[in-house]
Design a protein around this ligand. Structure first.
Ligand code: ATP
Length: 350
């Protein structure tokens, strides 16, 4: 069922944690709420779950209003950051907990528990206590427990953030595979942009209680609408325009050619954005519309890429990141050269 959130407001005293938030979550999709600490993403998830009451706005699931329905009757499966399993119950009993509460008969419950343990590949751990399992296994049990009563949606609050990097990556793939197999609508809160890019169909980028931008991972990477989104998703050089009146885009004393389809959306232009991989290093004799003389500040070899920081001659103090892939010739710190900023890849940021 589609989840429709309209004009949600949530205040804690004087603080507005959700400031008129509206969004549509399509049936079967995987949506990430992404943003820095304190942006309101957990509050939004908790309001959807019914764990927090909104001060205004509405939430509808498949057309019916959820506001009067208490959390336990909303039929959402919830997984939190900390494992929150019952420590004195085996994995199997944890998975069956929601079914016991719903008074499923024993045979049906046993078969569902087995099905859920198989789904998360932990059938062999059924009799273990949480303390006898790894963090990753405990989170998979928490996922199985949330899914057992066949919820209408799955709500995940930073479910991977307590795990180490390798387990986190494995579980990303596993959660996404389970979600696809079941076709269950899923919302996951995360502050980790890489996690959101890797897992989501749609990312909702939040800042200060508001939605900054909603888009697919590709859309947000290629067409960030604001400097905030550009900076939060991947790495983006933000080029502030030269002060003073201008028609067009002047940076570091050069009129830059911008050949981009989207961006700005009628708002005042704050800056131009360019990804590090969209800048080419050229020799001192290079010419062209977006070619700027610069010098190399630092060079970091990172294996498959080399990250180089350059400083344009006309903007001393401004570092611009350039990424070279593969075996390209790497310049030396201090070397003078030209940077060529791709007009197609320049983005207008508001
Ligand atoms: P984090 O990643 O750190 O959890 P977040 O983006 O999930 O951050 P929220 O937890 O939604 O942010 O909090 C949004 C704002 O609301 C914060 O300023 C927070 O301090 C405040 N807040 C959240 N819950 C409460 C509460 N129960 N009482 C008072 N203020 C709260």
């Amino acid at each position: 069922m589609d989840l429709s959130i309209h004009d949600l407001v949530k205040r804690f005293g004087k603080l507005t944690a959700l400031d008129h938030v509206s969004l549509e979550v399509a049936q079967g999709s995987f949506v990430c709420f992404l943003g820095p600490s304190g942006c309101g993403k957990t509050t939004l998830l908790r309001v959807i779950a019914g764990l927090e009451e909104a001060d205004g706005g509405s939430i509808r699931l498949g057309g019916s209003d959820l506001s009067a329905i208490p959390a336990r009757n909303r039929n959402f499966g919830v997984v939190f950051q900390s494992y929150s399993l019952f420590p004195n119950m085996t994995a199997a009993r944890n998975v069956g907990y929601g079914l016991e509460c719903r008074r499923w008969d024993k045979a049906r419950m046993q078969s569902r528990i087995k099905e859920m343990l198989d789904l998360v590949h932990l059938a062999d751990q059924a009799e273990k206590l949480p303390s006898q399992m790894s963090g990753g296994q405990q989170q998979r049990i928490a996922l199985a427990r949330a899914l057992a009563p066949d919820p209408s949606a799955l709500l995940l609050d930073e479910p991977l953030s307590a795990l180490d990097a390798k387990v986190r990556e494995e579980l990303r793939i596993e959660i996404r595979a389970v979600q696809k197999r079941l076709g269950i609508t899923t919302i996951m809160v995360t502050h980790d942009q890489e996690e959101a890019l890797a897992m989501a169909d749609l990312i909702v980028v939040m800042s200060k209680g508001r939605i900054e931008q909603i888009g697919t991972p590709q859309q947000l990477y290629r067409e960030p609408a604001t400097a905030f989104v550009a900076d939060f998703i991947g790495r983006m050089n933000v080029l502030p325009l030269d002060p003073g009146p201008q028609d067009g885009f002047r940076f570091a004393g050069t009129q830059l050619e911008v050949r981009t389809a989207a961006g700005g959306a009628g708002k005042p232009v704050a800056a131009l954005g360019i990804r590090p991989e969209a800048i080419t290093l050229k020799g001192l004799d290079a010419t062209g519309p977006n070619v700027l003389p610069a010098s190399v500040r630092t060079v970091s070899f990172l294996g498959n890429i080399t990250r180089i920081e350059v400083e344009p001659d006309a903007r001393p103090g401004t570092g611009i990141l350039v990424e070279l892939h593969g075996m390209a010739r790497v310049p030396e710190p201090g070397e003078r050269l030209n940077i060529d900023i791709s007009a197609e890849d320049l983005r207008i940021l508001s």
